[in-house]
Write a protein that binds this ligand. Sequence first.
Ligand code: CAA
Length: 240
Amino acid sequence: MSRVAIVTGGSRGIGEAISLALKAEGVKVAANYAGNDERAKAFTERTGIPAYKWDVSDYDACQKGCARVAEELGPVDIVVNNAGITRDGTILKMTYEMWKEVIDTNLGGCFNMAKAVFPSMRERKFGRIVNIGSINGQAGQYGQVNYAAAKSGIHGFTKALAQEGARFGVTVNAIAPGYIDTDMVAAVPAEVLEKIVAKIPVGRLGQASEIARGVAFLCGDDAGFITGSTLSLNGGQHMY
Ligand code: CAA
């Protein structure tokens, strides 16, 4: 019996690599996306993985979206909370909207998705929830009070929900990626990024597939003893 997974933000960047890695493990994957219809369509054509549009910051949309996936693919066994956005700026320039959008999407999305799938996982005594945190949630980052707070919140959320899921076979773990070669990181000003890369001991950005490999590991049926943990995949930039 193949497992069913939802990967939020699953049609681009790290999410795309995660969708592909889970598919390669024989999982039936639904790739959620919020905005870019064209990219999602191209992704489905290329990979054969269906894409489902909803905004993870919208509680009701998560309830409906997850119910639709369960109806079409089967009960959801795995959720990867990967959807995330940046609205960088020093606190002097950061507006309330920049703060709220990032908190609602990156952290609120984890709550909304867990609310939608946790009851059924608990009932069926199996679940794998993997939340994508960040090195910047562990170490902080200049110009990212919104993003660092949301990602740091994800690490706390993970440890709390792991305690609630443990006796029902539902594991909850986090991955804290460092700087990965994606559109999000490409948006960092070149001179700033250059200084960041200079501080990565392995001397390069990470690849999305290197994060996906960790996710697939944590989602395995044989990973039931790993819960409440954080896997830091950052090329040695922050040893935490
Ligand atoms: N520490 C201390 N001071 C710093 C600093 C730092 N890390 N970075 C900048 N400053 C200083 C500058 O030297 C400058 O000082 P002066 O005014 O005295 O010259 C001052 O702060 C203003 O800096 P900027 O000119 O850079 O300010 P800005 O408003 O134009 O830009 C910023 C600020 C938007 C935060 C920009 O620096 C930036 O984009 N930084 C990168 C943020 C980043 O790493 N984002 C990660 C995105 S990817 C991601 O988040 C994925 C993941 O999980 C890892």
